[in-house]
Structures are given as C-alpha cells and as structure tokens.
Design a protein around this ligand. Structure first.
Ligand code: GLN
Length: 265
C-alpha cells in the first residue's frame, strides 16, 4: 500500500471510531432525562404493572394499559418527554427511584408521611381508599373490626399491609400482587383481602370474578401521587405544571372517563 493510501485508511478508521463513540454518548440517556440518540428527552417511569385499572398488561396490546399509564404518557407529552415505562415490584419502586434508575413512579402510590421521608410527591391525582374482598358465602366478616382472629392477604409494602397490621389479632399474609391475594382467598388460604377500592371493584365487576364480593366499608381515604426523587424539585414542578394543564384542558377528565366512566371524582 502506498503511504497515501495508508493515511486515508487511518483517517477513515479514526472517523469511524469517533462516530461510534459519539453514538454511544448520545444513547446513554441519563437520569436527568436528556438526550437519546434522536435528541429526545426520556422520562423513565417505574410502575408495578399488576394493578388494574391503573396499570396492567392486556395480552392483545403491546403497550401497558390503565389510568396511570395514560396519565403519565399525557404528562410526559406535555413536558416534551418520551415516556419509557419499566415494570418493577412494588417494594422495589422507591429503591429504584433513590438509585436514579427511574425518574418518577406512577403506580397507584398513596401519598404517606412515611414515604415523604424518602421521596417527593406530585399534587394528588386520584382519590382512593381501602376496602375488603371476601368469599361470597362469608358471614362472619362484614366490617374491618371483624377481621380479628382471621387470616388476611395484602400486597407487600402497601398501605393495606400497614393498616391491617394495626388491627389487633389479625394474621397478615403479605403476597407480591393483588392477583396473588385474590387467588389465596379463592383457595381458602385467607378469609379476606384488603386492597385499594378501585382495584377491588374492577376485579369484581370487570374481570368477571366469581365466588367473591367487595364489602362497602372504607377503612381509609388516600390520595395517589406521582413520586419523584427527593432532590428533584425541578421535576416535581414540571410534573405538577403538566398535571395542572391536563386538568384545565379537559385531557385529565377524558382519561378519567375512559377508565372510570362517570363515577364521582
Ligand atoms: N395505594 C397502595 C399503596 O400506595 C397500593 C398501591 C399498589 O399496590 N400499587 O400502598
């Protein structure tokens, strides 16, 4: 090879390497949500995708479904971010946020003082609370106070788990998902499931569950919030501004009506 040809080859190799490196740098979108290869800002969202109608998988659809999923996509769009949703176990969500693996959590997560020690919350976006599901033929359990002396299933790391532990004389079984709790109830492994009211109602009315019923008493009133890293007040403001906008422009109401019909807000 002539000297000239060698030089050209060397320059070409260098140029290729630089392009590759630039490509790598561009695609490593960081916790700040900046710069995928296409220059998009990415909002990394954590959710426990097993909580219909807030977040769930529908076999016939590629994307995660539910009220929270639609809401966070609308919030991301309003903020100018592309939303990427990761499915993470409920007790792993706050640790993932603290490790900056995700930017926000939307997962039917109740705003509590305890959680506020570790995360920031957006303004409330949904009012919820806890109810009970029992077997159809259950007569002994009608109110929360009747749970004394019974076995109760709850999802691990939730407000249900915390509240049921406060009721004296209850044997609490902490399972990974509400679906596991309902299965345990049907298999007679427990006598009741305590869980968020809209999720219980959806399970009974929309999934055609048989042999079980939801009881009317509400143990708590709880507000759901979007959780954000403790030091990320900038993100908190962006999320709150977007949420406010969606409430003003009717987009929030549309998403609400899609999942809850004309139920009271
Ligand atoms: N709202 C409950 C909580 O925050 C349950 C949330 C959930 O299971 N996704 O603890």
């Amino acid at each position: 090879m002539s000297k000239m040809k060698k030089l050209i080859a060397l320059v070409a190799v260098c140029a290729l390497m630089m392009l590759t490196l630039a490509g790598c740098g561009g695609s490593s979108s960081s916790g700040s949500g900046s710069g995928a290869a296409s220059g998009e800002k990415v909002l990394k969202v954590g959710a426990t995708v097993d909580f219909a109608p807030f977040e769930f998988q529908d076999e016939s659809q590629k994307e995660y479904q539910g009220f929270d999923m639609d809401l966070i996509r609308a919030i991301g769009k309003e903020m100018g971010y592309t939303v990427e949703i990761q499915n993470i176990g409920f007790d792993g969500l706050i640790p993932a946020l603290q490790a900056k693996n995700i930017d926000v959590i939307i997962s039917g997560m109740t705003i509590t003082d305890e959680r506020k020690q570790n995360v920031l919350f957006s303004d409330p976006y949904y009012q919820s609370g806890l109810t009970m599901v029992v077997r159809d033929n259950e007569t002994a359990i009608q109110k929360f106070q009747d749970l004394k002396g019974h076995k109760v299933a709850v999802q691990i790391g939730t407000t249900s788990a915390a509240e049921v532990k406060k009721i004296e004389g209850v044997e609490v079984k902490e399972l990974n998902t509400p679906a596991d709790c309902f299965m345990e109830l049907k298999a007679n492994g427990v006598d009741a499931v305590v869980n968020d009211r809209p999720v219980n109602d959806y399970y009974i009315t929309k999934t055609g569950a048989t042999g079980v019923k939801a009881l009317p008493e509400r143990l708590t009133a709880e507000d759901y919030g979007i959780a954000i890293g403790k030091d990320n007040t900038e993100m908190q403001k962006k999320v709150n501004d977007a949420l406010k906008k969606l409430k003003e422009n009717g987009e929030y109401d549309k998403i609400y009506a899609k999942w809850f019909g004309d139920q009271m807000k």
